[in-house]
Design a binder for this molecule. Structure first.
Ligand SMILES: [Zn+2]
Length: 581
């Protein structure tokens, strides 16, 4: 070997040794180091870490205090005195603009009678100009003594000169007054709309309640919010998300105006949240997206658009969910479907051709059966094992359909608080047999699927700790039902004699509960998987986004009943604190 080559090799070896030593003993720089924490990383091994180093918007190191202190140096070291940290929570199904607008309209959540609704509307009428539309949302006739749909007459008494448009809690029905009916030109001659229903009295006169597609008859006359109102709505919605620990949301149905607003707010650095958005149904925007292609990670991973949202049926509360057998409490009604199977098939095929995920709203067992069939035939044609097609809600499933999710690689995207809100009356709609396939989380998990969890806010509260609690208890916040006596006292069912006492021990059909770990995964890693973002978020690991929350209690060790009371002390998005209480 020539002398020069020997020297060269020696030089290289010494160089490598120096680099290795520097790497081993010279600390790396980090913007911020968090020490003395109790970090549930939610990685594959459920590692619990003590410290975390953040550079830019990413985690560059996570592990023990000793390791992080040795490995990193920073001008900013934050001692969290043993506080619990979770990955930033992800809501896998929600309506962000809907939340903001709901906060700007009359809040009817938690009203216990028609009269109470009327009182809140009257207050708004008093401060509104004549002819100005009064909007509200959150009423639920199931919470009233009458249990039946209201009529326009009560609203007419308090609002003669203001059209009133009040959306039901599930967004699948509206209740309007006479002035609104006049403006929309709706009367007894108006014929029903496919996929919707005009509720009428005995003489055929519209009562003022419109279900699903029929809502549009009125809604098209409600003035759209202007840009300033939309900005205000987004400010309220994103602040609310940060305050409950959400760092990412998956928005099920956006239009073009919304997307433009998101981009503007992101460019102006006024958007403290990450959004994975599904386009609201086929139409102009869908055609545009087909031309332009998907949008991934706009503005440092703040906005991704790569999914299409489709509706098959309505909701259970308003009996719009499509069932195989008639409703147990409405023998002539099997619910509504909004799209023919052929149209659905065409849309799903098209989405896969263009590389878009499909998120299909399906509540009833018939709707779920239809979409599973459509997905199955589309997947056969396209041979895409990782299309991650989603069924939104997957609320009522026939037993044969439960294993098909895993077999076909389809994701059931579910909302735990829907279960605990609906449980008081769901069985009257479905009967004691079908109810076994409703909100059937454990049956699904046992087949090997993951369940991304959401709230469907503003239908339910945006607080993910309510969802985690609902998922692992199947009880309301007072711990009801805890036994069979609670069922007899608080729940209504004409088809169940409640002889299966075990079904209600420690929760409503308690064998379908999730574990705490599964419930937290629903709002973290599983939600990230549902949006193809598991390499970016959902767990706290080196290289992933520094999205995390500091919470007031150890969620895995506190008494289960305390979970809904967990407070978010700070929310960190991409290494930046966006909320501190
Ligand atoms: Zn929804």
């Amino acid at each position: 070997m020539p002398q020069q080559l020997k020297w060269f090799i020696l030089f290289i070896i010494v160089g490598i040794v120096i680099v290795v030593l520097i790497n081993r003993y010279m600390p790396e720089r980090a913007d911020t180091i968090y020490i003395n924490c109790h970090i549930y990383t939610m990685d594959a091994n459920n590692t619990i870490a003590e410290a975390m180093a953040i550079e830019g918007d990413k985690i560059v190191g996570i592990g023990t205090d000793e390791y992080i202190k040795r490995k990193f140096k920073s001008n900013k070291i934050i001692n969290l005195v043993g506080k619990t940290i979770l990955p930033g929570l992800i809501d896998a199904h929600c309506h962000l603009l809907g939340l903001g607008l709901a906060r700007m309209t009359v809040d009817l959540f938690g009203t216990h009678s028609e009269k109470e609704v009327a009182e809140r509307i009257a207050q708004r009428v008093a401060v509104s100009k004549p002819e100005q539309w009064i909007r509200g949302s959150g009423w639920d006739q199931n919470e009233w003594l009458t249990k039946s749909f209201p009529s326009h007459k009560l609203l007419d008494r308090i609002a003669q000169n203001n059209p009133v448009y009040l959306v039901r809690i599930d967004g699948h029905a509206c209740w309007v007054n006479k002035r609104a009916l006049e403006i929309a030109g709706v009367n007894r001659q108006t014929s029903d709309v496919p996929g919707g229903k005009i509720v009428r009295d005995a003489s055929g006169e519209p009562t003022g309640v419109f279900i699903d597609a029929a809502m549009e008859l009125i809604y098209k006359f409600v003035p759209e919010p202007n840009e300033q109102e939309m900005r205000e709505a987004m400010r309220l919605a994103t602040e609310e998300c940060a305050s409950v620990g959400l760092t990412s949301v998956q928005e099920m149905g956006v239009d073009e105006k919304q997307i433009e607003l998101y981009k503007k707010l992101i460019d102006e650095n006024k958007f403290p949240l990450r959004v994975y958005a599904a386009i609201d149904g086929p139409g102009e925007l869908w055609n545009k997206m087909k031309r332009e292609g998907k949008l991934i990670g706009y503005g440092n991973n703040k906005l991704t658009i790569r999914a299409l949202k489709i509706y098959i049926d309505g909701a259970l509360g308003s009996r719009g969910a499509a069932l195989i057998e008639p409703y147990s409490d409405d023998p002539n009604n099997r619910g509504l479907t909004m799209l023919s199977e052929e149209k659905l098939q065409k849309l799903v095929d098209e989405s896969l051709d263009y590389g878009f995920q499909v998120c299909t709203h399906a509540i009833g067992d018939r709707a779920n059966n239809i979409i599973l069939n459509v997905y199955e035939s589309a997947l056969k044609k396209h041979q895409l094992p990782s299309a991650r097609l989603r069924v939104e809600h997957a609320q009522v499933l026939s037993p044969d359909d439960i294993p098909r999710f895993k077999q076909l690689g389809i994701i059931p995207s579910m909302q735990p608080t829907h279960c605990t809100s609906d449980m008081y009356w769901a069985e009257t709609r479905l009967g004691s047999k079908r109810i076994r396939g409703a909100y059937a989380w454990r049956s699904l998990l046992n087949t090997g699927v993951v369940i991304p969890a959401g709230s469907d806010f503003p239908v339910e509260s945006a607080n993910p700790f309510f969802g985690i609690y609902a998922a692992c208890t199947r009880q309301d916040k007072n711990g009801i039902p805890n036994n069979i006596d609670d069922m007899r006292k608080y729940f209504r069912s004409s088809t169940n004699d409640y002889s299966d006492t075990a079904a209600f021990a420690n929760g409503w059909y308690s064998s379908e509960k999730m574990t705490r770990e599964e419930a937290v995964r629903g709002f973290t890693t599983w939600a990230a998987y549902a949006s193809f973002e598991e390499n970016l978020k959902g767990s706290l690991e080196r290289g992933k986004l520094a999205d995390f929350v500091v919470i007031s209690k150890d969620i895995f060790r506190c008494p289960i009943i305390e979970i809904p009371a967990i407070q978010v002390e700070s929310t960190v998005l991409g290494g930046k604190v966006v909320l501190r209480h």
